[in-house]
Design a protein around this ligand. Structure first.
Ligand code: ZN
Length: 560
């Protein structure tokens, strides 16, 4: 559908009389609206709705218009529909990186590149070679013995005495961040890595795929051509590092429907997607628009339909309703996490939360997954609802890869509706013409039945769930069972939530703790934590070092 046709339809609807109390919107009208909203949000002109871009703002402006048309009142920041949140953007290499070794000016990108651990600085220093930069007292090895790196650039190989592989005897010591810290503790004012062992060690990636916690000094990697220019101990070095670490702003869209009741139901769906696919895409190829029709224009379209219908449902008057189109979901639940921590209405007045993420691909079996049914005993009753003629499949866990997790972690009963994954997931092929619109309407009718069934003035009882952590990366054989705080940018890994019955919970760790080491392995950031975790296997015991209220604390975990 083109944009002009869509505007005409929306204008006609806005002019229609308010049907308050006169029954649901007819199926034919609802279907046209669901289509219009998905086609509009998943149009190439929205360029994939990436958080923190003008495309997100364009999609947000469309939603503000739709929220208004639907009769919602603004409930974002200072009387508007928009609710801003800040997040740390993925770092990018700036234009100012420079390295001079002796008389040789090196070429950024070709001869060297800065690593994500680099602080931005300009340093005049001298070469101090220190082998691998490994300090392993248990193995009687200290690469800094006899080397004074104070006030020097510590130059070290990224390999280890027996290479870099999972069975290396030096595995616990070869994390790059640990080696940087070894050098900095001894007074180094820069770190220069190189790879003199290319058969047994890979070059670190150029560019940034994760938010690494920067150290206090410049850190660069010399490529093969750069390494050829590295001189002797004492040779002069001039380093300038320039990494752009930007604080960005995303926007949730928040609208309210008051019925003068004590409790409010939150209905949420994220509207952001992957933009051109640089971050989070499963597609390998030239940058392409990721339209995200199923993920998650579908959920937003259902949310808008619910906002219209709830006003017409006599059996929905015992709660107020807050509709939130979240942003920042694809980058790590940023929008919902920020909203629950700075909620625009009291969090303990929230009755329950419904999240729609990917509800556009109902298949012929009519399977609708509902995740999070362990978050309240009240959910047990909803599986019998016949509306939509669906085949309901439930799972208990309150922690999953979407925004309901943020509410669960704040003690709010929360469930996630999902029609299943598919081959276009997180690829440019997730387009509006592949959506099952009658299927979306069936899901909408089912959710309306849920809202109707829970229409009494009492608040749902919250229960914690004991289940598998779906955010667990598959390449690990063990899990601690924690949800990392992706917004945290201090040193260590801050826990946003723990999964009941998993090693961290059993060892007494809780939300707010900052993990700084697993066993002997420091966890200075998310990457360090993942690397350390990868070293353990089922049956292992390990001491976790963490900060609680700023105090260093230790606990024993058992990986099972
Ligand atoms: Zn997604």
């Amino acid at each position: 559908m083109n944009l002009a046709a869509c505007t005409a339809l929306l204008a006609a609807l806005a002019a229609a009389p308010n049907l308050h109390g006169q029954g649901l919107m007819p199926d034919s009208t609802a279907l046209r609206l669901l289509r219009t909203d998905v086609y509009t949000l998943a149009d190439d002109s929205m360029r994939g709705r990436e958080t923190g871009t003008p495309d997100e703002q364009k999609a947000g402006a469309y939603l503000v218009k739709r929220f208004k048309q639907t009769g919602l009142a603004p409930r974002g920041d200072s009387g508007t529909f928009l609710n801003a949140f800040q997040y740390a953007a993925m770092p990018i290499t700036g234009p100012g990186n420079a390295l001079q070794l002796g008389r040789n000016k090196l070429k950024p990108g070709d001869d060297f590149y800065p690593l994500g651990y680099a602080a931005n600085a300009h340093v005049l220093t001298r070469v101090a070679r220190c082998k691998y930069g490994i300090v392993a007292p248990q193995k009687q090895r200290n690469d800094f013995d006899g080397v004074d790196v104070a006030g020097r650039a510590a130059c070290m190989s990224i390999s280890s005495p027996d290479g870099i592989h999972p069975h290396s005897a030096w595995l616990p010591y070869n994390d790059l961040r640990t080696r940087i810290d070894n050098a900095v503790q001894r007074g180094a004012n820069a770190v220069i890595f190189y790879n003199d062992d290319p058969d047994k060690a890979d070059d670190p990636p150029a560019g940034f795929t994760m938010k690494l916690q920067p150290s206090s000094v410049p850190v660069v990697f010399l490529t093969k051509s750069g390494l050829a220019k590295l001189g002797q101990d004492g040779d002069p070095v001039v380093i300038t590092t320039d990494i752009v670490r930007e604080e960005k702003t995303g926007h949730n869209v928040v609208g309210y429907l008051g019925n003068g009741r004590p409790y409010t139901v939150v209905v949420g769906a994220h509207y952001d997607h992957l933009g051109m696919g640089q971050e989070g895409s499963l597609y390998r190829g030239a940058p392409a628009i990721h339209n995200g029709a199923d993920d998650n224009a579908s959920g937003v379209a259902v949310l808008l339909q619910l906002a219209a219908d709830v006003q017409r449902m006599p059996n929905a008057r015992n709660n107020n309703y807050l509709f939130i189109a979240f942003s920042g979901e694809e980058k790590g639940l940023y929008g919902s996490s920020a909203w629950t921590k700075h909620a625009t209405l009291p969090i303990d007045s929230i009755n329950y939360m419904l999240n729609m993420d990917m509800v556009g691909r109902l298949d012929s079996s009519g399977h609708l997954a509902i995740n999070g049914t362990g978050t309240s005993p009240a959910w047990a009753g909803i599986t019998n609802l016949k509306a939509g003629n669906l085949n309901i499949k439930t799972s208990d866990g309150g922690i999953g890869p979407s925004d309901h997790t943020s509410f669960y972690l704040q003690g709010v009963p929360a469930i996630h509706f999902f029609t299943g994954s598919h081959e276009d997931y997180h690829k440019p092929g997730d387009d509006a013409d592949k959506i099952n619109y009658p299927g979306m309407l069936r899901v909408t009718r089912y959710i309306e039945a849920v809202i109707g069934a829970l229409n009494d003035s009492t608040k749902l009882t919250f229960t914690k769930t004991a289940d598998t952590d779906t955010s667990e990366a598959p390449r690990f054989t063990v899990t601690l069972g924690v949800v990392p705080d992706y917004m945290y940018d201090g040193k260590g890994l801050r826990i946003d939530g723990v999964t009941e019955g998993k090693p961290a919970a059993l060892a007494g760790l809780k939300a707010g703790d900052v993990v700084t080491a697993l066993g002997d392995h420091p966890t200075p950031d998310m990457m360090g934590y993942m690397k350390a975790l990868g070293l353990f296997k089922k049956g292992d015991d390990a001491q976790v070092t963490f900060l609680r209220d700023g105090k260093e604390t230790k606990a024993q975990v058992h990986f099972k």
